[in-house]
Design a protein around this ligand. Sequence first.
Ligand code: ATR
Length: 289
Amino acid sequence: MSGQPVSLQLVRAGLIGHPVSHSLSPRIHGYWLDRHGLNGSYEAVDIAPEALAKRVADLVTRGWAGFNVTVPHKQSVMALCGRLDDTARRVKAVNTVVVEADGVLKGMNTDLFGFRENLRRGAPGFVPAKGPATVLGAGGAARAVVEALIDADVPEIRLLNRTQDHAHTLAQTSSKPGTICILPWAERATALKGATLVVNTTTLGMTGAPPLEMDLSALPPDAVVNDIVYAPLMTDLLRQAQARGNPVVTGLGMLVHQARPAFAAWFGPMPDVTDDLMASLRPASETAP
Ligand code: ATR
């Protein structure tokens, strides 16, 4: 941002994962570094699972302030973190690491924040506490979504996953197991009855993945539908929901909002999500709702 001092020392951060080449995170952080006039860098580093500990130690030696963590390291990196924030402990996954002044790695999870902020801004009048939510999937992303819904006092979370055991494990290790009702994957159409929110946290519907087959006929017309898949931006689920008049929230905002506290932790300012930034990330062929 003009008028702000440019710091003299380069602050380095980035993303570790495998693969990372298609990540939008360098563009998001690059945009904010530029906007805030900061002397920082953010680069994506591909690290194979067996090299994780050594490569992370290298980044620390090279003076990195921290890094984001993506698939497949979100759980395994926890073993390298001498400290964990409360959210990382609850979600049982780390997506952001800060190298603290004493050299200890602090693991954080900002996915919960990202989901909450995206929903809050994408569906402004929506009150999560008013009714049941149906969540599809029981992977790492689902865990952050479920904890965010628990925080928002959702009275009942209907959890459906292809592998039902994964849903049971998620529920048992959540901070409020009594709120979670597990239903068979085959019952996803009936699980929409009376729901006020539907969230797809599976990879189904993503470019290159199989489609998510959903019959939305039982879904109340005012229920909010959120897909955390953002490529494509308008998934089949969202298109189908939009065609029947349901409010829809795309997944790109979750990615951008989870990046905000990470940026603040390494570089200082808490950045905002501008229309400009969102437009620069959207594929030209797609229009956000
Ligand atoms: P993430 O960290 O993005 O949540 P993940 O932990 O690998 O990724 O979770 C992927 C989710 O998509 C899981 O809920 C997975 O279901 P399983 O637990 O049964 O594996 C779901 N998923 C992936 N492929 C699927 C498919 N073909 N049909 C149904 N669910 C699928």
